[in-house]
Design a protein around this ligand. Structure first.
Ligand code: F0G
Length: 493
């Protein structure tokens, strides 16, 4: 019998969709407050369409953005409930709407509870997750479906010349290199699988469970695949990942294989793998977990909420981060926009998205006032951001425009120099993350970021992800006999 590449007989009509397996009426009910809006043409779709394949794009081809009733822009929300009504908060029309204050109180209470597992049941530590602590602003999923490690709760390191105490003299080298008095680095490499991807993945795999998916897939430069593999394993699903062969750092590949994902190396770049996985997921009814999936973006918003909470809800002047597929720029930008709309904060920080010079399509568009969407054949030592055709272009463009932000490019040499500074300070990060510091230094040097402005930079991945790029090789230390004399000779020389 002939089969085509999908394993179906030619002409066979598939009659099962993921959403025919939607786990329970309560899941559909819970997600009834969620819609998906096209970022290109503003068409609106339900969050789940039972009997249809999950939707990642609009009929016009545009990517989608999650809208919950409370976050709908005012012009479109005349008949929808406010957040106060949605959350059943009491309102007093004479006062400032209390939604922001009430949410802040809820989030702060949850953050103060010590994480203690119950011995009798697997009750989730939802409040301890740096994503689900903010669940009212993430996804209204019934608790029993949530797949969480838990994730988040990453350190916000004060590393500026002024905000770095005497016990952190090493960290202050970073502030000196950046030329900033008040600089913080948010280390997302401290997430369970070593990158910020876990924040989106906990939400993406939770959606997969709600839909009854048996298999989940992504294309990846390595971190998304490691995260997907881990969360799929936890949820008992099959993980399938598409990697650009020869362009994934060793630590990421090791994680992906160890967590048991089916790993397919593509003879092509990330952009080719991305195109392919979209096709494969549609044909084989596998749930797609790239940041094209709008629910992943919702999880990554939590980076923004957690930064704000760690800064006692005082937003910084600048938020600086590396930019590849542009999911993170979109997500953190959306978080700050929502926090502002809910009066959790008084202003939105300016964004600076930093690209590698050889993988800079977003920078090229920015330089033309976003007149044209650019594509490039990407080249950079920072393999995580070696991306030439970013999926979340339109979402991220909105963030840069709304925040009076900027897109900058840095050379591979600048990335590696910044990585050395972060590594030698004892914090460490993977190469793509160092684009943040390289970008800050460049923007301070150009006078765009002022020396006394408050800046938060994101380190996206852990040093151990890539143990080759930018790390001195062939020097394993000095070999000596195991005697005190031999050691003395080395140390007192
Ligand atoms: N930093 C690291 C360490 C990354 O892994 C990525 C993206 C980025 C920055 C860029 O973030 O795509 O949201 O603009 N890694 C993806 C992956 C592409 O497959 O792991 P973005």
């Amino acid at each position: 019998m002939k089969t085509n590449s999908t394993g179906h007989q030619p002409g066979q009509v598939k009659n099962s969709h993921l959403t025919n397996n939607v786990q329970a009426a309560e899941a559909v009910e819970a997600l009834s407050t969620v819609s998906l809006r096209c970022v290109e043409c503003a068409a609106l779709y339900p969050g789940i369409e039972v009997g249809a394949s999950p939707r990642y794009r609009c009929d016009c081809g545009g990517v989608l953005d999650v809208e919950t009733k409370f976050s709908r822009p005012r012009s479109q929300s005349q008949t929808t409930p406010s957040l106060n009504e949605y959350l059943n908060f009491e309102t007093d029309s004479d006062q400032v709407p209390p939604a922001g204050a009430k949410l802040r109180q809820i989030f702060d209470e949850r953050a103060s509870i010590p994480p203690i597992w119950s011995t009798s049941a697997d009750k989730l530590l939802l409040d301890h997750s740096g994503v689900w602590r903010y669940r009212e602003l993430i996804l209204p999923a019934p608790e029993q479906y949530i797949v969480s490690r838990p994730e988040g709760n990453t350190t916000l390191y004060p590393v500026g010349m002024e905000n770095c105490g005497p016990s952190r003299v090493g960290h202050r080298q970073i502030g000196i290199y950046a030329g900033l008095e008040r600089l913080f680095l948010k280390h997302e490499g401290e997430n369970p699988t070593g990158s910020f991807k876990d924040r989106g993945m906990t939400v993406g795999v939770t959606m997969a469970r709600l839909l009854g998916a048996q298999a989940v897939a992504c294309a990846s430069t390595g971190n998304t695949s490691a995260s997907l593999a881990s969360y799929a394993a936890q949820a008992g699903m099959r993980g399938i990942v598409f990697l650009p062969a020869g362009n994934v750092a060793g630590g990421k590949l090791a994680q992906t294989l160890a967590y048991g994902a089916t790993t397919i190396q593509i003879d092509g770049d990330f952009d080719a793998a991305m195109q392919l996985v979209e096709q494969v997921c549609a044909e084989l009814d596998i749930y797609l977990l790239n940041s094209l999936n709008p629910f992943r973006v919702e999880g990554q918003k939590a980076i923004g909420f957690e930064i704000l909470q760690q800064l006692d809800w005082q937003p910084p002047d600048w938020l600086v981060l590396p930019a590849g597929n542009l999911g993170n720029t979109s997500a953190i930008g959306k978080a700050f926009r929502q926090a502002y709309e809910l009066s959790l904060i008084s202003h939105i920080p300016r964004f600076a998205s930093i690209q590698a010079e050889g993988a800079n399509p977003f920078y090229r568009s920015f330089k033309q006032g976003f007149a044209r969407r650019e594509h490039v054949q990407a080249h950079t030592v920072a393999s995580a951001i070696k991306i030439g055709n970013p999926v979340s272009y339109t979402r991220a463009r909105r963030v840069i425009e709304e925040s009076d932000g900027i897109v900058e490019e840095v050379t591979d040499e600048e990335i590696l120099a910044a990585k050395r500074v972060i590594d030698c300070a004892g914090i460490g990060c993977e190469p793509a993350s160092a684009a943040t510091l390289a970008g800050i230094r460049k923007l301070v040097g150009r006078g765009v970021i002022k020396r006394d402005e408050r800046v938060v930079g994101i380190l996206t991945g852990n040093l151990l992800k890539d143990s080759i790029t930018g790390i001195p090789q062939g020097n394993d230390g000095t070999m000596v006999e195991a005697t005190i004399d031999a050691v003395r000779k080395v140390l007192l020389a």
